[in-house]
Design a binder for this molecule. Structure first.
Ligand code: DC
Length: 208
């Protein structure tokens, strides 16, 4: 199995880099954040409070989450756009802090990789917890301002407000009890501040 693990905070460039790297290495790509977002979306649709730990964990075990190249699906319903709304973005950290949800998502991520002989997998705990023996473990980061500016370039909005929201989510993701966002043992930290996509890819390819 060939696994490249990419972790890091929101807006560090993980998705862009992971997708490009997967294409270059002819590996599959998995966005694990989309899985937590899909469970959050299912909870909101069913009006289950995201802080009801038992019900949310049960929901995560019940629904069928599919993260595919052409979209994200929950029980066959296309939620590709719905998982990116500010409502879901604001609620997802609470769902991602739920240990029952994390256990289920990790099991699904491992099964996904086994079925495909590995892949480029991005998230927050991929190198630290899910695939500690990955061939390469990367921790992508960038200054909060840069990360906010990238989000604004993609989706618009007020840069100060987005920077504050990113900082709040980083804080929550880094301080939760279960597998907080952290650099894994043996991971290579790549600061993407001021670097183009090609410059980041060149740095990473030099490590493979
Ligand atoms: O990368 P993203 O913004 O789509 O991630 C959504 C949320 O899920 C974010 O708050 C962190 C969390 N997450 C996680 O806890 N573990 C992962 N492997 C991936 C994402």
């Amino acid at each position: 199995m060939r696994v490249i693990a990419i972790d890091g905070p929101a807006g560090a460039g993980k998705s862009t880099i992971a997708r490009a790297l997967a294409a270059r290495l002819k590996l599959h790509y998995l966005d694990t954040g989309a899985m937590y977002r899909a469970v959050t979306c299912a909870a909101v649709q069913r009006q289950i409070p995201v802080d009801d730990r038992d019900l949310i964990a049960e929901l995560a075990r019940e629904v069928i989450v599919e993260v595919q190249d052409d979209g994200v699906f929950v029980d066959g319903e296309d939620v590709t756009a719905a998982i990116r709304t500010p409502e879901i973005t604001a609620a997802v950290s609470a769902v991602a802090a739920n240990s029952g949800v994390r256990a289920e998502m990790r099991a699904q991520q491992k099964a996904w990789a086994v079925e495909r002989g590995g892949g480029v997998i991005e998230g927050r705990d991929i190198g630290s917890v899910v695939f500690p023996d990955a061939e390469l473990k990367l921790y992508l980061t960038a200054s909060p301002r840069t990360r906010a500016q990238r989000r604004v370039a993609e989706a618009g909005g007020d840069v100060d407000e987005i920077e504050r929201a990113i900082a709040a989510r980083d804080h929550y993701d880094s301080n939760r009890a279960d597998s907080p966002l952290t650099t894994a043992d043996g991971s290579v930290v790549v600061d993407t501040t001021g670097l183009s996509i090609d410059e980041v890819l060149a740095k990473i390819e030099a490590l493979i």
